[in-house]
Design a protein around this ligand. Structure first.
Ligand SMILES: [Zn+2]
Length: 72
């Protein structure tokens, strides 16, 4: 019974961690773009010739995007 409690508390902790990383980021919808951006007016995005899309951070990581070097 004690073990079950421990497992459910771990599950709750990881759940809250997941929700805290669930926020929107911006990407340049180009095949050459490899980054994601926290701000829509980021200087890294101003070079984007394609469409700027708003997606979740989870999705950005699925697309193997890394955080843009211009972000603070
Ligand atoms: Zn950026």
């Amino acid at each position: 019974m004690k073990k079950l409690l421990l497992i459910s508390s771990i599950a709750l902790t990881s759940l809250s961690f997941t929700s805290s990383t669930y926020y929107d980021v911006y990407i340049c919808d180009s095949t050459t773009a490899k980054k994601y951006h926290l701000k829509k007016d980021c200087r890294g995005l101003s070079n984007c010739k394609a469409e700027v899309k708003k997606i979740t951070l989870t999705k950005a990581k699925e697309l193997k995007r890394t955080l843009c070097g211009w972000e603070d």
